[in-house]
Ligand binder design. Structure first.
Ligand code: PAF
Length: 285
């Protein structure tokens, strides 16, 4: 595996792959890699001959009070993991390489509507930071395929929309969420949890699943169910931000004809913000 830090070298190496007729998959990450990320790498390798993984803790997607400074950066461990996982290129640029005019004056790519609901309501500007970095990574890598985790479901929906709206010739693949036996979704942020919080954390997934299992259709009954699930989270010790059922495709509020749905939730446990989701289908009656 080559570790590359600058865009021009990355482009040269990718060009040589393409000259040999090889396709390229990109797995964008912020490092702190766990088995969930390695599954994304595995999926990428099933769809393209060459796999690039980027590791870049992107400052523009963190709010001023968020954990940018504390975000885990175990670079050497990440590098070993990626190398063992069969990655061809680890792209690990510094901030100046990615934001040559400074992050404050960056050109922003913004997906309206989808970026300001759900997590976007609680993390203003977060998704603009995500689409702005992912756009840059797509520009410098020009991948055939890019892989994102389903765990960040709203992010995935926004990236799919951006790619469709900007006519980017990139196939977006979703890697399934990887869970501990308890049901807790793997996340780089789980390492912030205390031992006691770790015991409670699986309740987020359990509650999301309860909501799915009791889905009553649209309207008032749904609002009541969402509210009772939020109360369930509060009783366990979470500070919920939201728990909502949405259309899986465009994250709109479901109506009586909705068939492909997703329950999405975000809640704080102590200092740690956890998100989770579950997809499900309902049959027409
Ligand atoms: O999901 C993440 O880790 C990040 O949001 C991403 C897509 C790598 C952009 O920084």
């Amino acid at each position: 595996m080559k570790t590359i830090r600058d865009i021009s070298t990355l482009r040269e190496v990718l060009q040589s792959f393409r000259q040999d007729g090889e396709t390229v998959a990109l797995v964008p990450t912020m490092g702190g890699l766990h088995r969930g990320h390695m599954n994304l790498v595995q999926l990428a390798s099933e769809y393209a001959e060459r796999v690039v993984t980027s590791v870049f803790v992107n400052p523009t997607q963190f709010g001023p009070q968020e954990d940018f400074a504390d975000y885990p950066r175990p670079f050497d461990t990440d590098r070993r993991r990626l190398s063992r996982g069969g990655v061809d290129i680890l792209f690990a640029p510094n901030h100046e390489e990615i934001y040559p005019f400074g992050a404050d004056d960056m050109t922003t790519v913004s997906v309206p509507g989808l970026s300001t609901i759900l997590c976007g309501e609680y993390r203003p500007g977060h998704f603009d930071g995500v689409t702005s970095i992912v756009n840059r990574l797509f520009n410098v890598t020009a991948p055939d395929v890019a892989v994102f985790g389903q765990k960040d479901y709203q992010q995935l929906a926004i990236i799919r929309r951006m790619v469709a709206d900007l006519h980017m010739p990139i196939k977006i693949l979703a890697g399934p969420t990887y869970r501990e036996k308890s049901g807790l979704a793997l996340s780089s942020r789980n390492r912030y949890l205390t031992d006691d919080e770790r015991k409670l954390a699986p309740e987020l997934y359990a509650t999301v699943c309860d909501c799915r299992d009791q889905y009553p259709g649209s309207g008032k009954a749904l609002v009541d169910l969402e509210q009772s699930c939020i109360e369930q989270l509060v009783r366990v010790g979470f500070k919920p931000e939201y728990l909502q059922v949405r259309e899986a495709g465009d994250l709109s509020v479901p109506d009586k004809d909705s068939r492909h749905l997703v329950v999405l939730a975000a809640a704080r446990l102590g200092e740690t913000r956890l998100i989770d989701n579950v997809l499900f289908e309902v049959n027409g009656s």
